[in-house]
Every structure is written in structure tokens, then in C-alpha cells.
Design a protein around this ligand. Structure first.
Ligand SMILES: Nc1ncnc2c1ncn2[C@@H]1O[C@H](COP(=O)(O)OP(=O)(O)OP(=O)(O)O)[C@@H](O)[C@H]1O
Ligand SMILES: [Mg+2]
Length: 224
């Protein structure tokens, strides 16, 4: 089943002379059980694409459909609900709360969404797989970039979302960690039937992908 569909998406920023066309007629489809990679250089529109696909930003034209629901037809509140229940985001800036310890970042996620989260055992497995079990009492500023990145991944997975969007989730990781994170995302797709969508310029992730798209100057095409 298609989980995320983008039809003829355009995105502009700015007005008149300053207007820039960041996404051009983008068509995209992600399936459940698949890891989908969108590769592109810096400034090509990856983050814009991902935040539009996940309903964080709205397009200038075109439609986004998530699990059969057109986002246009939802109120702001309904859209937030859908995001909360179905989607896990790993954003490019990690978006950790600076004054909360790592374990409190997860407790906060639990307070925002009380049900349907991972069991303690399953979450512990993810924490171990990501190698962050010894960081639970630390604050984000005490962590390295790679550690923050792995905490952000764990937090996105905590709510057990059906759809996972990740923006450059391996940018700060060494090869060993890339292998672990690549396998983790692949297993989530293949073994738990989740839909995983990753935007990146990191070619090391290509081997884990079921489907690869390339984005260049805001134009997306599937790479066969
Ligand atoms: N809110 C905004 N207002 C104006 N321009 C923007 C805005 N967001 C993005 N852009 C522009 O859109 C283009 C694409 O940006 P985007 O962040 O999507 O690229 P990216 O592929 O994610 O880059 P990177 O790999 O560096 O993260 C860039 O030229 C950027 O300057
Ligand atoms: Mg980006």
C-alpha cells in the first residue's frame, strides 16, 4: 500500500523578483515495507521535500496524501493528530529539547502521545542497537553530534510510527554507525512493514534502500 503520495508538488519561497522555485512538479510515492532514499546535493530541496511530505510545511501547489488522506482536507488540528499518530520525524537539526536529559526527551514523547508507543523492552532494544544506553542521564549539549543524531532517531521511533521520515540521519556518523543505522531502518521497513523515507547526500545508505530517487535543483526522479 502507498503510504505517502505527492502529486505535482511545487514550492516557492519569496515574492516577485526574489521568488525562488524550490520544488518543481514533484511526484513521489512511498510504500509500506520499503525503505525509500532520496539522494541529492546541498540546496537541492531535500529538507523542503521531506517537511512537505510529512505535513510540516504546505506546498505552493499540488497535493500530499498520507495513508489515503489528503492533507488539504484536514484542519490544522487534524493534521497534527495525524502526524502524532502515524509519523516519526528525525529532523536535520535533531530538535532535542536543550534543558532535558536524554531519558526525559523520551518521557516527553510519552506525555505527548500516551498510547501505542513501543513497549519498554522494544524501546530498550532500540536504545542498545543505537548504542545510547549510557547517555540517558546526559543533556544534549554534553553529547557529540553523532550521539545527538542517534538520540533523535530513538526519539522518532519511540512512538512506534507507521511512517518514518529522516533528514540526513547519518551525517554525523562514522561508517560503523552508518551500518547499524542503515540496518535498523531497513529492518523497520522489512520486518515491521513500516514505510521509511530518508533524504540524504550520504551514498553509504544506498545499499539499504529498496527504492532510490534523486533530487536535483528541486526536480525529483526515480533512479532505476
Ligand atoms: N523558508 C525558506 N525561505 C526561503 N528559502 C528557503 C527556505 N527554506 C529553504 N529555502 C531554500 O530552498 C532551497 C532548498 O533548501 P533545502 O533546505 O530544502 O535544501 P537541502 O537539499 O535540504 O539542503 P542541505 O543538504 O544543505 O540540507 C535552498 O536554496 C534554500 O535556501
Ligand atoms: Mg536539508
Amino acid at each position: 500500500m502507498a503510504t505517502v503520495i505527492l502529486n505535482e508538488i511545487n514550492k516557492y519561497f519569496g515574492e516577485k523578483k526574489n521568488r525562488i522555485h524550490v520544488l518543481t512538479e514533484v511526484n513521489f510515492k512511498a510504500q509500506e515495507g520499503e525503505l525509500c532514499l532520496v539522494l541529492g546535493p546541498s540546496g537541492s530541496g531535500k529538507s523542503t521535500f521531506l517537511t512537505i511530505a510529512g505535513g510540516i510545511q504546505t506546498p505552493s501547489s499540488g497535493e500530499v496524501i498520507i495513508e489515503g488522506v489528503k492533507l488539504d482536507n484536514l484542519s490544522k488540528k487534524q493534521r497534527e493528530r495525524l502526524r502524532l499518530e502515524k509519523i516519526g520525524f528525525v529532523l536535520q537539526n535533531y530538535s532535542l529539547v536543550p534543558y532535558l536529559r536524554v531519558k526525559e526527551q523520551f518521557e516527553l514523547a510519552k506525555r505527548v502521545k500516551r498510547e501505542g508507543n513501543l513497549s519498554d523492552d522494544d524501546f530498550k532494544k532500540i536504545i542498545n542497537q543505537l548504542g545510547i544506553e549510557d547517555l540517558l542521564d546526559q543533556y544534549p549539549k554534553e553529547l557529540s553530534g553523532g550521539q545527538r543524531q542517534r538520540v533523535a532517531i530513538a526519539r522518532a521511533l519511540y512512538s512506534n510510527p507507521a511512517i518514518i521520515f529522516a533528514d540526513e540521519p547519518t551525517a554525523a556518523l562514522d561508517s560503523q554507525r552508518v551500518t547499524e543505522v542503515g540496518n535498523l531502518f531497513k529492518d523497520l521497513a522489512h520486518e515491521q512493514n513500516k514505510s521509511v523515507i530518508i533524504v540524504t547526500h550520504d551514498l553509504r545508505l544506498k545499499q539499504y534502500a529498496d527504492r532510490v530517487y534523486e533530487i536535483m535543483d528541486g526536480t525529483l526522479k526515480e533512479d532505476n
